[in-house]
Ligand binder design. Sequence first.
Ligand SMILES: NC(=O)c1ccc[n+]([C@@H]2O[C@H](COP(=O)([O-])OP(=O)(O)OC[C@H]3O[C@@H](n4cnc5c(N)ncnc54)[C@H](OP(=O)(O)O)[C@@H]3O)[C@@H](O)[C@H]2O)c1
Length: 285
Amino acid sequence: MGKIVKTIRKGFREILRYFPIKKYVTIPTLYGDLLKDRVALITGGSSGIGYEIANCYLKNGACVIITGRNINKINEAVKKLKENNLDSEVYGFNLDNSNIKDIDKKFKNILDNINNKKIDILVNNAGVINKTSFWNSTEEDFDNVINTNLKGTYFLTKVVAKYMIDNKIKGNILNVSSSSSVRPATTSYQLAKWGIRAFTKGLAKELSSKNIVVNSIAPGPTATSMILDGDDNINRPSSPIGRYATPEEIASLSVILVSDLARMVDGDTLLATGGCGNLTYDDWD
Ligand SMILES: NC(=O)c1ccc[n+]([C@@H]2O[C@H](COP(=O)([O-])OP(=O)(O)OC[C@H]3O[C@@H](n4cnc5c(N)ncnc54)[C@H](OP(=O)(O)O)[C@@H]3O)[C@@H](O)[C@H]2O)c1
């Protein structure tokens, strides 16, 4: 019976999506020099939120390095970022977060190929999702999500943080968590995002005395291919705010979080959820 009611509610919400309460909204973009002379390494910067973070960091004066698994996708993203931001410095490298044994080597390769630049911002954004329920989950699905979203982030951060400390860099680390990190966790994705939020606090404690500030941003459902598959309808009646976040608005907030404006924010997670998870627990199905 519960399942039937759920299905009817879901169907009703799907119908509501096509009554465009807010099909298109105008989101302001942050432009300026908040990140002038900064160098940011953004994992998973070849699409979605990571790509828009790269784009917005460039618009605010930073040099940007993006990573991902698929080199063609990375090269395409680098080309687009350069076209959108003339005279900017953008680099792209293959770095698979889930391949832990290669992380050290891949990071050294990045350092060797960025014109002696010093990386002072790390954005841990790379991630994959798996919506399989607790009862249908398999070890393989679980490992895939945890290895990319949590284990990979943990070990890459260890390498980059050590590099920042060794080079006496005044740095920032920004982790991309999710509204899933404040929901009851039964899926590997939710567990990984709880882990990222906890890691943010622990890491901030570890690194604040080393002049490295660590925070996290927790987007709610965001209009990227991860959940929308190219659909540009950002209506979301089940969200308190009625729509998906756009990757561009998450990106603008991310600029502030790694800038000197937010130097006093440390170990924190900024919920950018439109109320999802934060105000309600029932917007996932
Ligand atoms: N969309 C949402 O509703 C939402 C909400 C909250 C949080 N987030 C988080 O935001 C982050 C970005 O997601 P998105 O929505 O922008 O998804 P997306 O468009 O699918 O982008 C994911 C990015 O991560 C990269 N990636 C995936 N696995 C990787 C790995 N093993 N190693 C390196 N790079 C990898 C992808 O590159 P390749 O294709 O080359 O692997 C791609 O660049 C994720 O951490 C996600 O959990 C998303």
